[in-house]
Ligand binder design. Structure first.
Ligand SMILES: [Zn+2]
Length: 252
């Protein structure tokens, strides 16, 4: 059930059955020239919309903004920072805890949100609630190695294409350029670097590492609607199963 467009009496009756609260959290940020700025918002918002029919889920409006400090140099990126995201989410959760709801699922679309979501999860636990967070892109690559991906590469571009074909223009794809720090210390991802047999994290902004704004194992120019549809189907099926077991957990 959707909290915002259902008669209030029906929502209040529904809340008395202790549904799991679900909310999508994203960002507005650069994902390479070919993909929409709303990639990280559009995908989790779509996933949640496909679960809204369930009788055990109370769906909240999605949050389109996130913490984009590392990528804010790219035009069009909107950064509300971790502190603001924590405050918004804690306020939302507190309001629903006071209405007697205790279980929440965050469907997250953006890696920069992870530390904030961890903080809200722990804050909520201390108040007697429980939050499960699904980082859909990490889940996808665990479900099938064919779904591996990075930021703005084939995984995200294909997935957002499958939701809205007109939001992507593959003709705009630019090559992967990585500004390495040295021949010995090389980028594994944006902050994670390879050195000898291990990894070391070195914080730099996205733009200083990848001036074209995307990074990942597979070029976004090969993105397809078909791949995106498979990813979405498998991720949604997994979350459906997870809800079935998450809702059975007893919280005192
Ligand atoms: Zn993204």
């Amino acid at each position: 059930m959707n909290i915002s467009n259902t008669p209030a009496k029906d929502v209040i009756n529904f809340m008395s059955k202790s549904p799991v609260v679900m909310i999508a959290i994203g960002s507005i940020e650069y994902h390479g020239a070919q993909a929409p700025l709303g990639t990280d918002y559009i995908i989790p918002d779509y996933i949640v919309s496909k679960l809204a029919h369930r009788e055990d889920i109370l769906v909240l409006p999605s949050i389109p903004y996130g913490n984009c400090q590392s990528i804010k140099e790219f035009p069009g990126t909107i950064n509300i920072g971790s502190t603001n995201l924590i405050n918004i989410l804690n306020s939302i959760v507190d309001s629903l805890l006071s209405s007697g709801l205790k279980k929440f699922i965050f469907i997250n679309g953006h890696g920069g949100n992870i530390s904030a979501l961890d903080q809200v999860g722990l804050d909520t636990f201390e108040k007697g609630g429980l939050i499960a967070t699904v980082d859909w892109w990490n889940l996808a690559k665990l479900l099938n190695p064919d779904y591996d991906g990075g930021h703005g590469d084939i995984q995200e571009t294909s997935t957002v294409m499958a939701i809205d074909r007109n939001s992507v223009n593959l003709n705009y794809c630019e090559p992967l350029i990585i500004n390495e720090l040295s021949n010995e210390i090389t980028n594994k991802y944006i902050t994670l670097h390879n050195y000898k047999n291990g990894n070391v994290k070195i914080m730099r902004s996205f733009k200083s590492v990848v001036p074209n704004g995307w990074i990942g194992p597979y070029d976004p120019k090969n993105s397809t609607v078909e791949l995106g549809e498979r990813i979405l189907k498998d991720v949604i099926e997994y979350i459906e199963d997870f809800i079935d077991d998450f809702k059975k957990i007893e919280i005192n």
